[in-house]
Ligand binder design. Structure first.
Ligand code: AMP
Length: 453
């Protein structure tokens, strides 16, 4: 049955605001999250930007937020970028059209004193990037003792950008009795670890990822013993330039993205680019553009960085590793076979990854046809650090260690590094502005382009 806004038991003011916006019915995530968020339990929502997720958490929060003249905010929304702060504030203001609500957006890179003065007027809802929020709290300009609801939006991006340490600092200064609400587009090991460590038996809400792959995506898989044999297999496949015209290679971690990039055959050096959150913004923008426009045949990307990007005519998605969360596999392979064209997906799995492959097959209710390793592919004996047995006999945990290292104090990222994850159109817009490479990370790019000319 279709849920309507009438079914949601909204207040008259919220209902009228939504009516003015012309929304006909709640989006699936809004329908599902409403009562769960209202229940006061911790909530983990899996939804991407564009699904109406901001209203999904704000409708139930505003439904129960009483009018107050108190100075300190009761709701805190943390987001990874300044652009998102502005966007979320705007959405809240639309929803609160008929409510007396004080919303303040704060982010780094701008005058902190102006923000201090604004906060001193009293606020109900603060939308913030973690670094600036922490600075404001430490300087006592912002008192967080009344926070009842903490929303962390785009948590996967936040962790990928290395904000874990800042988040933990903020948790420390928030009241213990509060509701935690988290939204993420993808599940990653880091998101999973954060939930396990800091959430109290959270309720999960998600838009059911369709387990039905598009008919026009041909799927295949290989069992491959280890990372370097996977590299050999990929090198082998990529030789066939006629078939592998535009290849998106997915890896779960930035470390493996770099290692793969460095290990691939030199003969592909001119055709390959890589994107993950440790690359400079300009480098990423250019890589994406070059891949999209066909100047580079191969793009290596992490799950988080590749989301929101819409490429045309990707001939093959290669899953260099097997996603632990089957939904990520569905997101990955959806990048090929767009617009009715035939797409191809190839999955590489080690012995250890077989259980993840089984979970994917269960979700799809399809067995992925298996191919034997071509004879030309050499089986490598070399093991990565993660694959080597540790002294205590365990295989080391496949986690991005970087994110657990405290960053340089609590400062916001510099302006250029912050403007990330705004989706394809944003990147392309920026890309237009920065045609020429400008940063140190671009050395290789310069070399390559010289060669090409
Ligand atoms: P978000 O996923 O929160 O970034 O929202 C994406 C866009 O969808 C925003 O412009 C919202 O204003 C809009 N939106 C939110 N809820 C609805 C709805 N129920 N019907 C139509 N549009 C919506």
């Amino acid at each position: 049955m279709q849920v309507t806004f009438e079914d949601l038991n909204l207040s008259k003011q919220l209902f009228n605001a939504i009516d003015d916006l012309g929304f006909e019915k709640p989006t699936p995530i809004q329908a599902e999250a409403f009562s769960v968020v209202r229940s006061g339990k911790d909530v983990v929502g899996i939804a991407q930007t564009g699904t109406g997720k901001t209203f999904a958490y704000m409708m139930p929060i505003l439904r129960d937020l009483k009018y107050s003249v108190q100075q300190h905010p009761r709701v805190l929304v943390l987001v990874p970028t300044r652009e998102l702060v502005l966007q979320v504030v705007e959405e809240i203001e639309k929803l609160a059209k008929y409510i007396t609500l004080r919303v303040e957006g704060v982010y780094g890179g701008t005058n902190i004193n102006t923000q201090k003065r604004a906060i001193a007027q009293g606020t109900d809802v603060v939308v913030a990037t973690p670094g600036r929020l922490y600075d404001l709290a430490l300087s006592k300009a912002l008192n967080l003792k009344s926070i009842q609801k903490l929303v962390i939006d785009e948590v996967d991006v936040m962790l990928d950008l290395g904000f874990r340490f800042q988040l933990l600092n903020i948790f420390e200064i928030l009241p213990e009795r509060r509701q935690n609400i988290m939204f993420s587009a993808t599940m990653t090991d880091d998101v999973d670890a954060l939930i396990t460590d800091y959430f109290k038996s959270p309720k999960k809400v998600s838009i059911a990822v369709s387990g039905t792959p598009l008919d026009n995506i041909a799927q295949q898989c290989y069992d491959v013993p280890n990372f370097f044999t996977k590299v050999n297999l990929l090198n082998h496949l990529l030789k066939d330039k006629e078939t592998y015209k535009k290849v998106l290679v997915f890896v779960a971690f930035k470390r493996s993205a770099d290692l793969l990039f460095a290990s691939l055959d030199n003969s592909y050096a001119d055709e390959i680019c890589v994107i993950h959150s440790n690359k400079t913004q300009n480098y990423r923008i250019r890589s994406i553009r070059q891949f999209d426009e066909g100047m580079n045949r191969i793009l290596v990307a992490t799950d988080v960085m590749a989301r929101g990007l819409d490429f045309e005519e990707v001939s093959h998605v290669i899953n260099f590793d097997t996603p632990k969360f089957p939904e990520n596999y569905m997101h990955r392979i959806g990048r090929t076979g767009r617009a009715e064209q035939e797409g191809h997906s190839i999955l590489f799995s080690t012995e250890k990854e077989q259980e993840h492959k089984a979970a994917i097959e269960t979700l799809m209710d399809v067995e992925i046809p298996k191919l034997s390793l071509p004879e030309e592919v050499e089986i490598s004996k070399q093991l990565t650090e993660d694959e080597r047995p540790r002294e205590d006999g365990e295989i080391s945990k496949n986690r991005t260690k970087l994110e657990y290292v405290p960053g340089p104090a609590f400062h916001e990222k510099s302006e250029k590094n912050k403007k990330t994850n705004q989706g394809g159109s944003y990147r392309r817009e920026i890309a237009k502005k920065y045609k020429k490479p400008k940063t140190r990370g671009d050395k290789n790019y310069n070399k390559r382009n010289k060669k090409r000319k």
